[in-house]
Design a protein. Structure first.
Length: 566
């Protein structure tokens, strides 16, 4: 067993997933004897949930006293508190025994199983854990543990619990500390690739089947997965053309920087920041390190196309083409094997977080680290929608590009961005208005249909409203009306996408000026429960029906035929 435990009590979903990966996945993998590949779960330590309770009691921290505080204020309160007696000695043993970069992450105990893991809600923190100053290493580890404990009462997790019908104070937090997976390049540490691999793709591209899964990749640490410029592909079709209109379009939406752990002295130490020891680097840095050669393509201006590798002086794009197209590098085949074994072990569809280190010269050997496992929703509902259904009477929104699978007939509330007022330069103001409406819906215990322009949850304001999940967590169905030059597909980010799936949010994507549109005329005739400059909230006497057929990817929102129209 690669796990050891500090304290008593529940170990949480992250630890449960790592145990399953160790005993039921890695131990049962059958890879070719000549494959130059290692697959492992990094050694990890779990600080059990009773230690968290002891910490709260010792420092007289009452969850109700934290209500209304900002995330920063909560973090400061926890950093000022004392660790339970004896924990510092335990952490000293951890720092010495796992010399080298560490990751400290939440292990939620709220769920009875890993099925509804909150891994995408809570932050994690990486620390260097290098050098001769052991006292500093132990102090930084303790600060990271306290930050993870503090995150229990951050806005996003509290909002998630309320949205799921759980008390805001229901969580008991365990903490996992594991070796970080990567390699050292000068004063920086990072993996060649970080990935989220899913056995079921709720938004498969044309020509792909949902059951073939999807892998989302970034260069460097996985923090970049939350920034919307990851590379996604089907592991069964790794050489399929990318879903971009042109080479120029690909360059606009590909990764241009990456995250690494800074192993040197932090210029401005701040234990309340998750990214205290992280640094953003450019692709030129990766090229100097030798990590870019196997994962990049180069734009050939004369031919107006992308070419695999670094030949030429054109712009680089992180496409992972050299790795994915090489018959001698078993990258996708290993990921497929991991997904198949994880699915067999859990009896469900799964998402596995992976970090990989490739030999910078030829790609092999490859070292895969499996960092988390959670089960996800698969094909659980079937109500086929035809093309004709999308244009029937009473339909107020329809799409042939949907995410999710199921039907909702209990949603009386619609929150939408007013089309006549939409201004992509004011999207942060829209996020504030949405947060105000969301707060009222949560307090009333009501879910809503959310309709807007561009990508929900984007970090790039050019492509939508940069909301955090806590600002829209009452949403049970979403409509995205895409903006020009925005990515065509829903952004499958590691955290935001996980929120959608774990909350079973049904999503419809419409192209601005395309075949389908939202019946804003009908919505505007409904009396507003609240209206701001950019956002309007209506509460309907009769609920709307939201229906998404995951097989055909068709979906619609409709009112009862016979309700008065505009």
């Amino acid at each position: 067993m690669v796990r050891s435990t500090i304290g008593t009590g529940p170990l949480g979903s992250t630890a449960t997933g790592l145990d399953l990966l160790t005993t039921e996945v890695v131990s049962r993998l059958r890879l070719p004897a000549d494959a130059e590949v290692s697959v492992e779960v990094p050694r990890f330590v779990v600080i059990a949930a009773d230690v968290f309770s002891t910490f709260l009691d010792r420092n007289r921290i009452l969850p109700d006293d934290l209500a209304g505080l900002s995330d920063s204020q909560v973090a400061i309160r926890f950093q000022a508190a004392e660790l339970p007696e004896g924990l510092s000695d335990d952490l000293r043993e951890v720092a010495m025994g796992m010399d080298g970069p560490l990751e400290v992450r939440a292990s939620s105990t709220l769920e009875e199983t890993i099925e509804h893991s909150l891994a995408g809600v809570y932050p994690s923190k990486k620390i260097p854990n290098v050098g001769d100053n052991l006292d500093r290493r132990v102090r930084q580890l303790g600060e990271a543990v306290k930050l993870i404990w503090a995150s229990t009462y951050f806005a996003d997790p509290v909002s998630w619990r309320l949205g799921a019908g759980q008390p805001a104070t229901a969580e008991r937090m365990a903490v996992v500390v594991h070796r970080a997976v990567g390699a050292i390049f000068g004063s920086h540490f990072y993996p060649t690739a970080s990935a989220i691999a899913r056995s079921y793709n709720h938004y498969a591209a044309p020509g792909q089947e949902p059951g073939e899964g999807v892998v989302t990749l970034v260069l460097g640490l996985r923090r970049a997965l939350n920034e919307g410029f990851a590379w996604s592909y089907c592991p069964d079709r790794s050489t399929a053309p990318p879903p971009f209109r042109s080479a120029d379009d690909l360059l606009k939406h590909s990764q241009t920087s990456f995250w690494a752990l800074d192993l040197g002295d932090t210029i401005a130490p701040d234990p309340t920041r998750v990214g205290e020891h992280l640094v953003r680097l450019g692709l030129a840095e990766a090229e100097r390190d030798g990590t870019l050669a196997l994962i990049a393509s180069t734009y050939d201006r004369q031919a107006d196309r992308m070419r695999s590798g670094l030949d030429g002086d054109g712009p680089r794009a992180v496409t992972f083409a050299p790795v994915l197209r090489s018959p001698s590098i078993p990258f996708s085949s290993v990921i497929r094997a991991v997904l198949e074994q994880a699915r067999a072990a859990t009896g469900a569809e799964v998402a596995v977080e992976i970090a990989a280190v490739l030999d910078p010269q030829v790609g092999v050997p490859i070292r895969f680290g499996l960092l988390s496992l959670r089960t996800t929703l698969g094909r659980t509902y079937r109500d086929e929608l035809s093309a004709e259904d999308l244009s029937n009477a009473g339909v107020i929104a329809a799409s042939e590009h949907c995410l999710g699978n199921g039907v909702r007939s209990d949603l009386h509330d619609v929150v939408y961005l007013k089309p006549d007022a939409f201004d992509r330069h004011q999207t942060r103001v829209m996020a504030v208005e949405l947060e105000a409406v969301n707060r009222g819906l949560l307090e009333a215990g009501r879910g809503a249909i959310l309709i807007g322009f561009g990508r929900w949850g984007t970090t790039d304001e050019r492509y939508g409203v940069p909301v955090r999940w806590a600002q829209i967590s009452s949403a049970r169905a979403m409509v995205e009306i895409t903006l020009p030059e925005a990515p065509l597909n829903f952004s499958q980010l590691s955290s935001f996408f996980h929120h959608l799936l774990s909350q079973r949010v049904l999503c419809l994507s419409l192209e601005l000026g395309g075949q389908f549109s939202v019946d804003f005329d009908w919505l505007n005739t409904q009396p507003a429960e609240w209206e701001g400059r950019y956002v309007r909230h209506v509460h309907l006497d009769q609920p709307l029906e939201v229906n998404v057929d995951g097989s055909s990817r068709r979906g619609l929102i409709r009112r009862r035929v016979g309700e008065p129209g505009p």
